[in-house]
Design a protein around this ligand. Structure first.
Ligand SMILES: [Zn+2]
Length: 504
């Protein structure tokens, strides 16, 4: 059944081919203009469309009904049908993996290439799949033919291992490098298939299938085919687990959790346990990077970022996103990409995303609280600096009196003072005070007019002037609050004691 799905939905036009846009565009323009090379070389991982494109190319070139300057085959004429069903004399597919020797190449290809195409207006097309498997003498024989190609003959060589193909052969061909199919394209394709098959599969399962397939569309279609063959029109988690091999997300979550808590021994133990259980390390690494990226994006984009995972994993990712500092996340991702030199992680945009995150993190650190206090405001670094210089005196006053301010606010509202306990002053200028907090719902409570007016009075008592009080989420909350607490250790401990150690 799985193979059936793959064949059933094999693309019949260039438009239907998933991914590989630059290659499609080039091939189509060559067909439309009639500017055809004698030899092509399709390089790329398995299941990315090499033979699919080669077949389409051959069909379109020979199609009897294709109009001038067009490039899609009609899929209806005699030739299109003959090629589709593998009965055309002008379309020869050779699997070099099982025909490695020079005799095979001489008989099947070189001798046959001397015979003109059956369709005298068309081309005779040879597809040599896994061409790197040919013996040295077979390559030499092929090279001679490529050097003096017979008229109206086209060779399409396909390989997953270009380093095993002699340079002399490569230089005779027009080369195309096919890429792994991006997850988003794959999910789109799988969604189309389930629609045609009239079954329902949850989105996160489609995402899981595409992740498992690591850019190989054929594998993804096979897995989906196995799920379809379960014979139900509504696929549940339980049913899908019969087909999808057990996932390693739980193991990845444990590793991420231990790294988040700086627990090196748990992290290393976990890795060694997995290796001794025979885990596929490469797949594990790709998934780990994907998982960390999802955490980073959820943290920065928020709930509008769609998490394509099962419910329990979504809960875990949200928890990590709330607690894993952004700077640590981006550093970890960078280290992984660098140490493991993963060039083709299927997430093309990840290096760019990391660059954006790092740029902003650096900016925040430079104008950050550790040295100069204020952070994150829209003011330019110059403005912030001036404001900071003027306000350093006032900030010191605030820091010194923070526990008094908390104590004074206690009679007003118990939870108000406990929220203030989690805050710290970020900046003070001639008109206003900025308080940094960790959570938006804390800001909502403090931002109420009555609360603000009470707080203004309390702050006035310690600053000797009336200032506007503003609140914002501090992007470097953890770091900054640690520094602040360090300066006020004793006072904060005293206040905590009076709360019975509780922080809301
Ligand atoms: Zn046709």
């Amino acid at each position: 059944m799985s193979e059936v799905i793959y064949r059933k939905y094999r693309p019949k036009t260039f438009k239907e081919v998933v991914g590989q846009k630059p290659i499609k565009v080039t091939l189509q323009s060559e067909i439309a203009s009639g500017n055809i090379a004698h030899a092509y070389l399709f390089v790329g991982p398995r299941g990315t469309g090499k033979t699919t494109l080669a077949r389409l190319f051959a069909r379109s070139l020979n199609c009897l009904k294709r109009k001038d300057k067009e490039s899609e085959p009609c899929n209806d004429c005699e030739i299109c049908n003959l090629i589709s069903s593998g009965r055309s004399m002008d379309f020869i597919e050779v699997d070099a993996a099982s025909h490695t020797g020079v005799d095979n190449i001489r008989e099947n290809i070189i001798a046959n290439a001397q015979v003109p195409p059956f369709n005298n207006k068309g081309y005779k097309v040879f597809i040599i799949d896994e061409v790197h498997m040919l013996s040295k003498s077979a390559f030499n024989a092929l090279l001679k033919t490529l050097e003096e190609p017979p008229k109206s003959v086209i060779f399409i060589l396909a390989t997953t291992e270009i380093h095993k193909v002699p340079e002399t052969i490569i230089s005779r061909c027009q080369r195309f490098d096919l890429k792994k199919i991006p997850q988003v394209d794959m999910i789109k394709r799988l969604s189309e298939i389930i629609e045609w098959e009239k079954i329902t599969v949850p989105d996160y399962l489609l995402a899981e299938i595409s992740r498992r397939s690591e850019g190989c569309l054929r594998d993804a279609e096979s897995l989906l085919g196995q799920i379809i063959s379960l014979g139900t029109d509504k696929v549940t988690d339980e049913l899908a687990s019969l087909v999808l091999p057990s996932s390693n997300w739980g193991e990845i979550d444990i590793l991420v959790e231990s790294l988040r808590h700086n627990n090196l021994s748990t992290a290393l133990n976990q890795l060694n346990k997995l290796v001794s259980e025979g885990i596929d390390l490469q797949n594990f690494t790709v998934n780990l990077i994907d998982y960390l990226r999802q955490i980073m994006l959820y943290q920065t984009i928020g709930p509008s970022f769609n998490l394509d995972f099962s419910e329990d994993l979504v809960v875990s990712i949200k928890k990590h996103a709330a607690e894993f500092p952004l700077s640590d996340l981006s550093r970890l991702l960078n280290i992984l990409l660098e140490k493991l030199s993963i060039k083709d992680s299927l997430i093309d945009q990840l290096p760019l995303e990391l660059a954006c995150v790092e740029f902003l993190l650096n900016k925040e650190t430079k104008s950050g609280i550790q040295e100069t206090k204020p952070t994150q405001s829209d003011a330019s670094p110059e403005q912030s600096k001036t404001a900071t210089d003027n306000s350093s005196e006032a900030i010191k006053k605030l820091e010194k009196n923070w526990s008094n301010i908390i104590n004074d606010s206690k009679p007003l509202n118990h939870s108000l003072s406990s929220i203030l306990l989690t805050g710290h002053p970020l900046s003070v200028d001639n008109e206003s005070i900025m308080i940094g907090l960790e959570y938006a719902f804390h800001i909502e409570q403090l931002d109420k007019p009555q609360v603000k007016s009470n707080l203004t009075e309390i702050f006035e008592k310690y600053l000797d002037k009336k200032l506007n009080i503003n609140f914002q989420i501090d992007a470097n909350y953890k770091e900054n609050h640690e520094v602040f607490k360090g300066k006020n250790d004793k006072e904060v401990t005293d206040v905590l004691d009076t709360f019975g150690g509780e922080i809301v």
